[in-house]
Design a binder for this molecule. Structure first.
Ligand code: RTP
Length: 148
């Protein structure tokens, strides 16, 4: 089953949105396979965002991610990478539809509350970086009611 890496960014933690965000993924029907609250060092944040290292906003982005604790999660389910990005909404909250996390809770692109892997390949890479111990192995008894 497909897995994705979801991170609640420091602003989401500081604004007490952790429960709200986890609830949205849970209620959709996805399964939580990894969860931790942690603060990351600059080098770790730079590694996570290494594909964006040439962007003018890279330094600000790294400062933002190391500015407070984040919640790192693995979520599992059918098409969870693409659907997770839909639940999150467009990168710039000005373009995120109401009903999405960024559409409902964010205003500025540099404080957009949450990260989600953009492909199955990035999800694999990000899960390996953030969860070297791997996902927690368990299977929800509700899967019978969620999948045909
Ligand atoms: P994310 O990786 O956080 O899920 O975001 P994304 O794929 O939707 O967007 P991406 O282009 O990968 O950008 C990563 C994060 O960088 C910040 N950003 N700031 N100031 C700016 O113009 C700007 N552009 C992007 C955002 O926090 C974005 O989520």
């Amino acid at each position: 089953m497909e897995q994705t890496f979801i991170m609640i960014k420091p602003d989401g933690v500081q604004r007490n949105l952790v429960g709200e965000i986890i609830g949205r993924f849970e209620k959709k029907g996805f399964s939580l396979k990894g969860l931790k609250l942690l603060s990351v060092e600059r080098g770790f944040a730079e590694k996570h965002y290494e594909d964006l290292s040439s962007k003018p906003f890279f330094n600000g982005l790294v400062e933002y991610i190391i500015s407070g604790p984040v919640v790192a999660m693995i979520w599992e389910g059918k098409n969870v990478v693409t659907t997770g990005r839909k639940i999150i909404g467009a990168t710039n909250p000005s373009d995120s539809a109401p009903g999405t996390i960024r559409g409902d809770f964010a205003v500025d692109i540099g404080r957009n509350v949450i990260h989600g892997s953009d492909s199955v390949g990035s999800a694999r890479k990000e899960i390996a970086l953030w969860f070297p111990e791997g996902p927690v192995a368990w299977s929800s008894s509700l899967n019978h009611w969620i999948y045909e």
